[in-house]
Design a protein around this ligand. Structure first.
Ligand code: PLP
Length: 376
């Protein structure tokens, strides 16, 4: 096999258990959007359920429906749609859906009428992220419309929630103000006569670093996959998390070049001495960030070797140094880090991005293999 993302489902289980313990009495939602952050949505979902996740979170309707199609029977929340999208299938599948505005509530209610189901409705309020969620002006109008829909038996308001902007920076003043805004939005909810089953605000960083933000339910994504949501505050290991994904491939070629050889497109690297170069057959077409050119490392024969020259669409070149490597030898692009291999966080640092992007954008040419409990 050319390249394979190995996903350790026992690490997923351990991380979910760890987060549940941290969350105390709050229920656990495991967020599996974007194909489980690149780890495989259905497999992660099964591991999460087996460890007590009472909720799964999916960004878009088709992900939520995909979870049902894969046999999941628990609570699922979804939150992102465009005007005019049909909620028929989601409501028919008992998925909790989110309204951030009256237009969205109207779309949900018209589906509820069509499929003759009471929509399980959650309301999202913007407390400072300025992305979606009802604005201060929209919020009382949305609450009134939701209360009407509930009175008419077309919807039942199951939850009220919001999302943090800066939870990865625990001392950022936005956290206090968002939590305060959320508490005041909850007071509006009660004043509107609504009594939702769950209120929730915390993502992974909020769950781990801000006990006051846990409310009834926490929504954990990145930490489930064993990556730190706040790498400047605490590493994954310090948070008791284990990275679940190892990206493995094999050397496609090894060549000896003289000193002064320009390497890869643009000759952005020149060998300072006669060098042994290894060809690693993954590139930006597979999700390897081009911004990590000349900065990231891979592990070969137990040794970290630097990426030299530009990352190409299908391949990267590494300077093997003194490693006596041969074509076919294993290359660990990133992994849990406990055998000295680089981590997804190391690649994120090299590329000037976040670990979320490294794991979630791995392309369709990378095979996936599951190990650990539930895997082989
Ligand atoms: C992605 C997402 C999460 C999970 O965030 P992490 O930082 O990965 O824990 C939680 N809630 C919402 C609304 C999200 O979109």
């Amino acid at each position: 096999m050319r390249a394979c993302a190995e996903v350790d489902l026992s690490a997923i289980r351990t991380n979910v258990a760890r987060l549940s313990e941290v969350a105390g009495g709050a229920a656990m939602m495991v967020v599996v959007k974007a194909d489980g952050y690149g780890h495989g949505m259905s497999e992660v979902a099964r591991a999460a359920r087996a460890t007590g996740a009472s909720w799964l979170g999916a960004a878009v309707l088709e992900e939520a429906i995909g979870l049902r199609a894969g046999g999941d029977t628990g609570r699922i929340l979804t939150w992102l749609a465009v005007p005019g999208e049909s909620y028929d299938e989601a409501l028919g599948n008992d998925i909790d859906v989110t309204a951030s505005a009256r237009w969205q509530l109207a779309d949900i209610v018209s589906s509820a009428r069509r499929v003759r189901r009471r929509a399980r409705l959650q309301l999202k309020v913007d407390t400072g992220l300025a992305r979606n969620g009802a604005s201060v002006d929209e919020w009382p109008l949305l609450l009134a419309a939701a209360a009407d829909a509930q009175d008419r038996g077309e919807a039942v308001v199951t939850g009220v929630w919001s999302h943090f902007a800066c939870a990865d920076e625990p001392d950022h003043p936005a956290n206090d103000s968002q939590e305060q805004n959320f508490r005041s939005a909850l007071a509006d909810v009660r004043a509107a006569g609504l009594d939702p089953e769950v209120t929730h605000l915390a993502n992974s960083a909020g769950t781990l670093l801000r006990p006051s933000a846990r409310f009834d339910l926490v929504r954990c994504g990145i930490a489930v996959y064993g990556l730190s949501p706040a790498p400047r505050t605490a590493t994954a290991a310090e948070l008791g998390l284990r990275p679940a994904m190892t990206l493995r491939t094999r050397l496609a070629a090894v060549r000896q070049v003289p000193a002064g050889q320009g390497v890869s497109y643009g000759w952005t690297h020149e060998t300072p001495r006669p060098s042994s170069l290894g060809l690693v057959p993954v590139g930006y077409g597979d999700g390897i960030p081009r911004h990590a050119s000349n900065r990231a490392h891979v592990q070969i024969g137990g040794v970290r070797t630097p990426v030299v020259g530009q990352v190409c669409m299908d391949q990267i070149v590494v300077d093997l140094g003194a490693v006596d490597a041969r074509p076919g030898d294993e290359v660990v692009v990133f992994g849990a880090g406990d055998l000295g291999e680089p981590t997804a966080q190391d690649w994120a640092d090299a590329a000037g991005t976040i670990s979320y992007e490294i794991v979630s954008r791995l392309g369709g040419r990378i095979a996936r293999r599951f190990v650990g409990q539930d895997g082989q």
